[in-house]
Design a protein around this ligand. Structure first.
Ligand SMILES: [Zn+2]
Length: 219
C-alpha cells in the first residue's frame, strides 16, 4: 500500500471519532473507531481524547494486531475490532459508551424493533452478556451478538456498530443511539409496542421496491 491511502485512512478514522464526539456519542477517551482497507486496520489509540483526535492518534495494525504505522498503543478493544473483521466484510467498526445505548444495555436483553428504521441494522439488537473490557470473553460475546446485525449493545458497557464504509458505521452508531433514545422516551409513556414480524417483513419489501433512503432525480 502506498503512503497516501494509509494517511487518508488514519485521517478518516480521526475525523469519524471527532464527529461522534461532537454528537455526544464519544465522551473523553471512552470508545474507539477503526477502519479496514485490505489487510490493514487503522484504529484509535488508547488514552486519546476522541473529540480532538488527529491522524497521529490513529495506529495502523495488521489483521493479526501487529503495529505497522503510528507511535501510540492501539485501543484496549483492538481484539474486539479484529474479531469483528474476521467475521464480517465490514469496512469500519465504531464502539461507543453513548448515553442512551449504555443505559438500555444496563436493563434490556435485546432492543425490540419499535421503529422501522431499526431494520437497517438487521432487526432486534441483541445485548451481549457482560464481560470485562478488553478481554477475549467480551470480544466473543459481541461477535456472537452481531451475527446477522449491523449493531450490538454490550451489557452495562455500550454499543458496537459496523458499516460498509466509515461513514456508514458512524451513521449506524447515530441511528442506534436515536433508537435507544426513542425506546427510553416511549417507555416513559407506557409499554412500547414492537413491530410484528409481518409488519417488519412488509417494511423490508417496501424498502426494496421503493429504494428507501436513496435520493431520486425527478424525471
Ligand atoms: Zn468500551
Amino acid at each position: 500500500m502506498s503512503e497516501t491511502p494509509a494517511v487518508d485512512l488514519r485521517g478518516g478514522v480521526a475525523a469519524a471519532a471527532r464527529r461522534l464526539a461532537d454528537a455526544g456519542l464519544l465522551v473523553g477517551t471512552a470508545g474507539n473507531v477503526s477502519a479496514r482497507v485490505a489487510d490493514r486496520v487503522a484504529i484509535t489509540a488508547t488514552g486519546v481524547a476522541l473529540g480532538a483526535c488527529t491522524a497521529d492518534d490513529v495506529t495502523v495494525v495488521s489483521l493479526d494486531g501487529e503495529v505497522i504505522a503510528g507511535t501510540l498503543e492501539p485501543t484496549s478493544e483492538l481484539s474486539l475490532h479484529l474479531g469483528v473483521y474476521a467475521d464480517s466484510p465490514a469496512a469500519a467498526v465504531v464502539h461507543t459508551h453513548a448515553p442512551f445505548a449504555t443505559a438500555l444495555a444496563c436493563v434490556l436483553d435485546a432492543l425490540p424493533v419499535l421503529h422501522y428504521q431499526q431494520l437497517a441494522l438487521g432487526g432486534e439488537i441483541r445485548v451481549a452478556p457482560y464481560a470485562t473490557f478488553g478481554t477475549p470473553e467480551l470480544a466473543a460475546h459481541v461477535r456472537a451478538a452481531l451475527e446477522g446485525r449491523g449493531a450490538a449493545l454490550l451489557a452495562n458497557h455500550g454499543s458496537v456498530t459496523l458499516g460498509g464504509t466509515l461513514d456508514a458505521a458512524v451513521e449506524n452508531a447515530l441511528l442506534l443511539e436515536w433508537l435507544c433514545r426513542l425506546h427510553h422516551r416511549a417507555s416513559a409513556l407506557g409499554t412500547p409496542r414492537a413491530l410484528t414480524k409481518e409488519q417488519q417483513g412488509d417494511v423490508v419489501r417496501a424498502a426494496l421496491e421503493r429504494g428507501y433512503g436513496t435520493r431520486k432525480e425527478i424525471r
